[in-house]
Design a protein around this ligand. Structure first.
Ligand code: PMV
Length: 304
């Protein structure tokens, strides 16, 4: 029996701009999805969503991974159990984490000899197939862990301050938000294109700040990034409420993370920060998750 886990992620800077080739900085967070598998007579997939065989509706990511692994090695059956600490569909990369953890689990179990690069690429293909369109960001960060500059795929120094995520508990569709930004960009190219390139520039300036571990400056820039995300129409009253509540309680910086429109925000806090920011998020109607950055991408948890 093999168990592997893979992390979720936050955007420190650059969501939406990255769709237009600008740079973004992403960070793997210590909230993980674990996948456990053993050979079996048939395919069984078990998660909070239910127990199924190959099922492209209920378990599309895992089913597509099995299909792709079967092109590499013959698999009669496999019993897979998924256990995730990541909230689903809130921009923290839950689908990438389950996809990457499943690929690595089957890689070990059936000796497929996939490298980390193969795993990231295969994960991207699976996400693209399931979602219609996807960026390679989530699957790449979930595979390699740490703090990564995208699309350059350059590793930055690990973020060592505290991270608090605020979940608005409102649904957000990445596809719809990306389409809205595209429409705005087409309507007002003179205004929106420079805003997107300013966001990209923020990642370049932010890279040095992250590497100098100056989280006060990183936080200041995150606040500016939030304002620009609002300007391109991906904010929401719930997100702003949590962002301002976090800042009022002393967060170093706070912004939307991911597609926006709902979903999650992220705040940086001092390493020895108290629960103040998390409590403020809860008092403002959100779910708070206190976490930290992790250098561990996909890892083997056990092989027995
Ligand atoms: O909400 P998420 O985690 O799916 O992030 C979306 C990030 C975008 O830049 C808006 C889209 C993308 O594919 O990069």
């Amino acid at each position: 029996m093999v168990t592997c886990s893979a992390p979720g992620k936050i955007y420190v800077f650059g969501e939406h701009a990255v769709v237009y080739g600008e740079s973004a900085i992403c960070c793997a967070i210590d909230i993980r999805t674990r996948v456990n598998a053993e050979p079996s007579e048939s395919v069984e997939i078990e998660s909070v969503l239910g127990k199924t065989g190959i099922d492209y509706d209920i378990h599309p990511y895992v089913s597509n991974v099995i299909e792709r692994i079967r092109e590499i090695v013959p698999i009669k059956g496999v019993s897979i159990k998924i256990d995730s600490d990541l909230p689903v569909g809130s921009g923290l990369g839950s689908s990438a984490a389950v996809t990457i953890a499943t690929i690595q689990t089957l890689n070990y179990l059936f000796g497929c000899k996939l490298s980390l690069e193969d795993i990231a690429n295969l994960g991207y293909e699976v996400e693209r197939k399931v979602q219609g369109a996807a960026s390679p960001t989530d699957t790449y960060v979930s595979t390699v862990g740490g703090v990564v500059m995208i699309p350059e795929r350059r590793k930055l120094k690990l973020i060592e301050c505290g991270i608090v995520i605020g979940d608005t508990k409102t649904f957000s569709s990445t596809k719809k938000l990306v389409a809205n930004v595209a429409e705005l960009r087409e309507s007002y190219p003179e205004i929106i294109i420079p805003l997107l390139s300013t966001i990209g520039e923020m990642s370049h300036i932010g890279e040095e700040m992250v590497n100098k571990r100056d989280y006060t400056l990183v936080g200041n820039l995150m606040n500016v990034n939030h304002g620009l995300l609002d300007a391109i129409g991906v904010g929401s009253p719930e997100l702003s409420l949590l962002v301002y509540a976090a800042r009022k309680k002393g967060a170093l910086g706070a912004k939307i993370t991911g597609a926006g429109g709902g979903g999650c925000m992220v705040a940086l806090i001092d390493v020895d920060g108290n629960r103040g920011v998390a409590d403020a998020i809860i008092d403002s109607g959100g779910n708070a998750i206190i976490t930290k950055a992790t250098e561990h991408g996909v890892i083997l948890e056990s092989d027995i």
